[in-house]
Design a protein around this ligand. Structure first.
Ligand SMILES: CC(C)(COP(=O)(O)OP(=O)(O)OC[C@H]1O[C@@H](n2cnc3c(N)ncnc32)[C@H](O)[C@@H]1OP(=O)(O)O)[C@@H](O)C(=O)NCCC(=O)NCCS
Length: 250
């Protein structure tokens, strides 16, 4: 097995490996490959390694900078890390994590955080530390490893690229934009996709089983959809204020 930094010709294989690795993961929204591509586009992939077996890319790991509310700098997020299902259990993940962490230390990183299974990541020295949290992430799956002995304390934020909407969520937002109404849009509040959009504050619950769209929250996840949503809202407000247009639209 060879572990090396990604090259432009690996990009497609990294997408395929990542999609395949997370395909059956019930905790995943299957957006990890979008995160990697957005990190790359934003020049924020601090480390991106592939593992190759007989010339084929079978694993990948990404590292990117994080911010910590106590002002600590030079910490990095580990992930996503993926190994093709048919190659799992052959220590490829272990090799990717170890090589990635060694490289991080060599560039003077002070530590790393991740969202993942403690049963897997504790073997690399990642543990949950109560003083280090990530909003919206259960504490038991948020782990950190310091390279310098000191553990920061505060709220950790990953790069913007980790804020992604799943395809189903994007479809639901598109439906809300299409159905936009000044008095709110009737939705099925029990629908898990709608619940997730409310949790992300992209939809705001109002009385009568309706929701309002919150374009600035949407912009954090999908600036393009947010622009379309904002345009639609402005347009509908213009129609609403004009009695002739309102009559035509009613
Ligand atoms: C997690 C992942 C990268 C591990 O890669 P891998 O090459 O299969 O792992 P390794 O062969 O190096 O495993 C080393 C050890 O970890 C264990 N292990 C592997 N995956 C595990 C998991 N999901 N949970 C708990 N232990 C796990 C293995 O059984 C092995 O244990 P052993 O040392 O007792 O034999 C791979 O399973 C994967 O791609 N999973 C889907 C994506 C994912 O969950 N990524 C992590 C979150 S970003």
């Amino acid at each position: 097995m060879v572990i090396r930094s990604e090259t432009p010709t690996d990009i497609e294989a990294i997408v395929e490996v990542t999609k395949a690795a997370f395909a059956d993961d019930s905790f995943s929204q299957q957006t990890e490959h979008f995160t990697i591509n957005d990190l790359r586009a934003d020049d924020a992939l601090v480390i991106s390694l592939v593992s190759e077996v007989e010339g084929k890319v079978v694993g990948h790991i990404a590292f990117s900078s994080v911010t910590i509310s106590d002002g600590t700098t030079n910490w990095h997020g580990l992930g996503p890390v993926s190994v093709l299902p048919e190659y799992q259990g052959r220590r490829i993940g272990t090799a990717l994590v170890n090589k990635g962490l060694a490289l991080l230390e060599s560039i003077d990183s002070k530590g790393s955080v991740l969202i993942g299974l403690p049963t897997y990541f504790s073997r690399f020295g990642f543990w949950n530390h109560p003083q280090l949290v990530h909003e919206g992430i259960p504490q038991e799956v948020f782990a950190a490893k310091s390279f310098v002995g000191q553990m920061p304390s505060g709220i950790v934020e990953f790069h913007q690229a980790f804020k992604q909407l799943s395809i189903i969520e994007k479809d639901a937002v598109a439906d809300v934009i299409i159905d936009y109404a000044i008095a709110g849009i009737k939705v099925d509040l029990a629908d898990p996709t709608i619940e997730s959009l409310i949790k992300k504050e992209i939809l705001i619950e109002i009385p009568d089983g309706k929701v309002m769209m919150h374009p600035s929250a949407l912009a954090e996840y999908d600036p393009y959809l947010a622009k379309v949503g904002q345009f639609r809202a402005t347009e509908m407000s213009r129609v609403h204020k004009n009695p002739i247009l309102a009559a035509i639209n009613s």
